[in-house]
Design a protein around this ligand. Structure first.
Ligand code: C5P
Length: 229
């Protein structure tokens, strides 16, 4: 069976960086499931579909024309052939993604699409319900958190480094709103799988988080990792 490592947790906890490091080290494929929900949000907005109509957004999710292309080591994200890697990272798209991600028809439409990313030699899956719903049989599950304040600080720093305006109070408010919606929704709420390794990156630098997860991966997936090295 193709081995899967799942990494779930709230936005800004460091999942993206951890998953990238794990994928680089293991040679496994990478699934950024949040990007798929963001693509669904952007497509809904651009199509002018009624954002309150769960079936209509679900239908749109079923037909989403998306692609992840590796170009010179960087992933380009395409929606109907158009590059939208930067557009989907906007805060308003994140909030809208969180809204449509609570819709049962959307989650059902995207379930198999996410599972299709699971190919040899293995997969590192980044999201909210990777270990609980999408890949419940994963070989290693990680749940990564950090305080909302620390996550807001990181996001503000990221924006400043990119030369963009960063309003810490607004960022913190958006993060708390997204956490609230992701944790309390009926469908696939953000929750740690009972067999997940739980780590808090508030005070633990991401390279130390990676060391702990990789050690555990070697212990649990040793034979598979040996094969891809
Ligand atoms: O991870 P990212 O911040 O890009 O995800 C955007 C939104 O998509 C999240 O706030 C969450 O509501 C939703 N999401 C989800 N399930 C996933 C990944 C993301 O509901 N597996």
């Amino acid at each position: 069976m193709t081995p899967v490592i799942t990494v779930d947790g709230p936005s800004g906890a460091g999942k993206g960086t951890l998953c990238r490091l794990l994928a680089e080290k293991t040679g496994f494929h990478l699934l950024d499931s949040g990007a798929i929900y963001r693509l669904c949000a952007l497509a809904s907005l651009e199509s002018g579909c009624d954002l309150e109509d769960q079936s209509a957004v679900g239908e749109l999710a079923r037909k989403l024309d998306i692609a992840f292309k590796l170009v010179n080591g960087a992933t380009q994200i395409l929606l109907a052939g158009e590059e939208v890697s930067t557009a989907i990272r906007e805060e308003r798209i994140g909030l809208l993604a969180s809204k449509v991600a609570a819709y049962a028809p959307v989650r059902a439409a995207l379930l198999e699409r996410q599972r299709d990313f699971c190919r040899a030699p293995g997969l590192v899956a980044d999201g909210r319900d990777m270990g609980t719903v999408v890949f419940p049989g994963a070989a290693l599950k990680v749940f990564l958190t950090a305080s909302a304040e620390e996550r807001a600080k990181r996001r503000a720093r990221q924006l400043e480094l990119a030369g963009k305006a960063a309003d810490y109070a607004k960022i913190l408010q958006d993060i708390q709103q997204r956490d609230e919606s992701d944790r309390n929704r009926e469908n696939s709420p953000l929750v740690a799988a009972s067999d997940a390794l739980e780590l808090d990156s508030t005070l633990l630098p991401i390279d130390k988080v990676f060391d702990r997860v990789y050690q555990k991966a070697v212990a649990q997936l040793g034979a598979h990792l040996g094969r891809v090295k």
